[in-house]
Design a protein around this ligand. Sequence first.
Ligand code: FMN
Length: 305
Amino acid sequence: MKAKNLPDPGAGIPGVDYPAIDQSKCTKCGICLKVCAPVMYEMHDGQVALVRPDWCFHCGHCGAACPAGAIREAFSEPVPAGAPEIVSPAFSDALQLVFRSRRSVRKYKKKPVSREDLEKILEAGRYTATGTNAQTLRYMVITDPEKIDELRRIAFPAVLKMFAFVGRLTKIPFASRLMGEGLRDRMKNRYVEGMKLMEEQIRRGEDKLFHNAPAIILVFAEKFDETQAFSAAAALYNCSLMAHTMGIGCCFNGFLWMAINFDKKLRKWFDLPQHLKCYGAMTLGYQEVKYHRLVKRNPAKVEWR
Ligand SMILES: Cc1cc2nc3c(=O)[nH]c(=O)nc-3n(C[C@H](O)[C@H](O)[C@H](O)COP(=O)(O)O)c2cc1C
């Protein structure tokens, strides 16, 4: 097959959704073949040919890696001028400190988080990897205090119901085999017992669910795509790290997202279609308590082979 006989894949500009090769600039280095995960490119008669343009999943790798600028596509862009050197010990040490100093924040100031800051935080999610570059995550941001109150009122009974169910699960004869002893004990002691205390605290008017946060971010995606669980968690985690570097504290909220998937009333409140699932939620706000020290964690349980 000759490259010139292949269908013209288009100009690689907005409106055309797959790349094009400028043969006059192409040095035939083959880097595009190496980086293209969907195997769109092949070398034919010494020329790079785009043989499977329809398989393009718009990752932008070919255009970003081509040293000659011979690939025109709409999915990559130049590195901003003056960007810091990322591959450097100073940068990786600073990044490690970002990871180590991030804390789950459960005490927020009354001050709202601006729309501009929330958008910057969501940008960190947008640039996170997604399985097959699907980019199908959907975010919801709730900042209206009345809506947060309403959600709290519906969510808490759902959380209680969910943990009552979990409590019953821990009592079934083969529970430890099913979920492992560790999880069964954690569920029984920490979650089910802890829930009783939480119920008391909530009745006293303490917001143990959302910690009086001025904002909540939720992430939804398709239920039957297992990769979305990771994509959503990674995206939300990156959002939390971005927020941390902006002086905004976050706390992941497993209670909320698990309850959304468990309870019909909550699903209805979110108007969640059948094919979607909530994969993550976190509260955000300016933290009231400053952490002066780093915290320790167990050594990683790693098996080296
Ligand atoms: C998947 C996940 C779910 C969580 N759900 C909740 C939650 O519902 N409520 C809460 O107060 N904290 C929640 N947390 C925060 C954890 O309790 C916290 O990450 C852990 O205690 C370690 O503290 P650190 O985040 O400050 O390092 C969650 C964390 C993760 C990773």
